[in-house]
Write a protein that binds this ligand. Sequence first.
Ligand code: CAA
Length: 445
Amino acid sequence: MTTVGIDAMEIWTGKLKLDLPNTFAPEKGEDPEKYTKGLGLNASSFPDSYEDIVTMGANAAKKLMDRKGLEPDDIGRIDVATESSFDNSKPISTYIAGCLEQVYEGDFHHANKGERKFACIAGTQSIDDAYNWIRAGRNRGRAALVIATDTALYARGDAGEATQGAGAVAMLIDEDPDLVELSMEQGYGSADETDFLKPNQQFPSVDGKRSVKVYLARMREALEDFESVAGKIHPDDFAYGPFHTPFPGMVRKAALLAYRHIIRDTEVEEELAEEIGRQPRQEAFDDDEAFTEALREYMDALKGTEQYQDWYGRTIEPTLGISRDVGNWYTGSVHIARLSALMHAAEQGEDLAGQRLLVGSYGSGAQAEIHAETVCDNWLEEVEALDVQEQIDARYDLSWAEYEEVHDRHNHEKDKELEEFTAPENEFAFDGWGRMGERKYRYVE
Ligand code: CAA
């Protein structure tokens, strides 16, 4: 059976940056370390006045198509994952295809287009759709373009404001991929939850503390479901564990729970027992409160062990690099976590081909999904072709007053005109409104 997976990827970050410790924290009267150490974030990306989910998605897709030498005829599907859509009927993929058709000969008239919505997990679900389409043999030798694009904006003053971000990830899903092969096995954890939602509104209604609990509960369910089909996981099975990263502090919490789960009944638990005891088992306790307290004590002790610190430093910390500097990209977030890990491995000169990743996606509302990926032989060439750090470094650093103007500019309820901070060059840009209220775009040389 041929392998199917991610052949290549490109990112596009919003071209503006908000510095959290130096610009955000003083305005909020907070200690800068709440952001850098607590949440684990240095900065957020924002779209310039001529950028939005279409321009960022189309720009990432064009970079990908140019680098891989693709023409529209090579693409049989364009799926956009977003939770920032501005149109309840016409999918963002049609806007993006329209942009790309301005610069390529040929068109995407015979490509199936759609838009996937399930909060931040929709990017992974779009990859699934592409995988299934290829596996079913309906692709006629063509590849799928999956684009995860979001402007993750919160209302000003909302606790989530510190975790904003904006950017797009374009991924080519194909047979015999160059980057990672996807596992057939998947685990799901899904339930009707009210933690984060946007009932026909642009900015989310969030129960922040509850959202953290729901993330952990659904991830745990997905991990158990994954193990039920793929077999028990051991901490040494995976080189990296990229997880959905609304902010790195969230992954820090998830990683500790995941580690406790995967070492249970292994030699690692036994080795640690001398130092911190064995894990508390529910059946050994008469009441829930005593069990929860014992569990909390065990987790605190586990966090301080050399074994855990070592595993976390090797497997999880390297997935957080990009997120620290760009914030939450919602549907793209888990995909930049994977990329962070691969970029770290490239910098370290690691021989990653054939090694495995454990990928955990999450969408509020809520659903988690876990699957494995195997790194392909050409991964290094793919990763070295990217300019992620250059894009991050080139962003315009906003003052607080400028940030407020940019936030208003992207607020759908405000009609705010704003001079651009950066000049568009060889990229798609917003070009005003059409006769039916549609957004229009042009390619700027
Ligand atoms: N030095 C070091 N650490 C500090 C600190 C300081 N001076 N001050 C605070 N901290 C730590 C806190 O202890 C806390 O860490 P722990 O949780 O490990 O204890 C961390 O910094 C954050 O502090 P608070 O909890 O006080 O922060 P907050 O209440 O202002 O906001 C939040 C946190 C509720 C998560 C908020 O950022 C939020 O609402 N975010 C949006 C929702 C979200 O991202 N939820 C995540 C799960 S849902 C999801 O994943 C989907 C999605 O993408 C949105």
